[in-house]
Design a protein around this ligand. Structure first.
Ligand code: SF4
Length: 219
């Protein structure tokens, strides 16, 4: 485990010095990612936003708060998942990352995945979904068609399940997206129980947390 943490630390230093694409010019802090290492569950978002760029951490703004809620609906807590993005530096004015920026940054994401060795990858939004499906040799598909579905993949990483999900920020602009996203994350919760090899501590916490949420008097 120490080796993984050491390797991720080396990667963090590389990313801090990286000038492979023009996004390095306006970044305050690059955001490599955060979470346990190795990690059975990895979430991949699109790009750091304003607060992430300020703090050097993923999903710390309003979208991050909603992400915590979504994780809870799957019976998970944030400290049980590793969170990263397709590009590690904030695009100016939060615009979408350009294809050449995603391409330049892809080797970092690929190295992270090979170090973290996830069994489940949840992609957050269309950019992350297209990137991860292609990474596993699958045809990219619109997020509106594949959200909440499970893709079972085989690669050098072994068997990995991929679940495309909407980006949590989409619920901030379109409130009806909120219930749709909560439903999709419940699917993630059910899937965890079906995938072999998840550590007991994740499953036990999940069972307890979902029981609490169902019990009368608990939100
Ligand atoms: S976005 Fe990625 S490739 Fe571009 S400068 Fe930042 S770390 Fe380097």
């Amino acid at each position: 485990m120490e080796d993984v943490e050491e390797e991720l630390e080396k990667l963090r230093i590389e990313v801090e010095r990286c000038r492979r694409c023009s996004l390095h010019r306006e970044r305050t802090k690059p955001v490599l990612g955060e979470g346990p290492a190795p990690s059975k569950i990895v979430l991949v978002g699109e790009a750091p936003g304003y607060w992430e760029d300020q703090q050097g951490k993923p999903f710390v703004g309003a979208a991050g708060k909603f992400l915590n809620e979504l994780l809870a609906s799957a019976g998970l807590k944030r400290s049980q998942v590793y969170i990263t993005n397709v590009v590690k530096c904030r695009p100016p004015k939060n615009r979408d990352p350009k294809p050449e920026e995603e391409e330049a940054c892809a080797p970092y994401l690929e190295r992270q995945l090979s170090l973290l060795k996830p069994r489940l990858i949840c992609t957050l939004g269309s950019h992350a979904t297209a990137r991860i499906l292609s990474f596993f040799g699958l045809k990219p598909q619109p997020i509106t068609r594949v959200h909440g579905k499970t893709f079972r993949t085989q690669s050098l990483l072994g068997e990995v399940f991929v679940v495309p999900l909407f980006h949590p920020a989409s619920a901030l602009y379109k409130p009806p997206m909120r219930s749709l996203q909560l439903e999709d994350w419940k699917t993630v919760g059910r899937l965890l129980a079906e995938i072999k090899g998840f550590p007991e501590e994740i499953l036990n916490f999940q069972n307890r947390s979902l029981l609490c949420r169902r019990a009368p008097g608990h939100g």
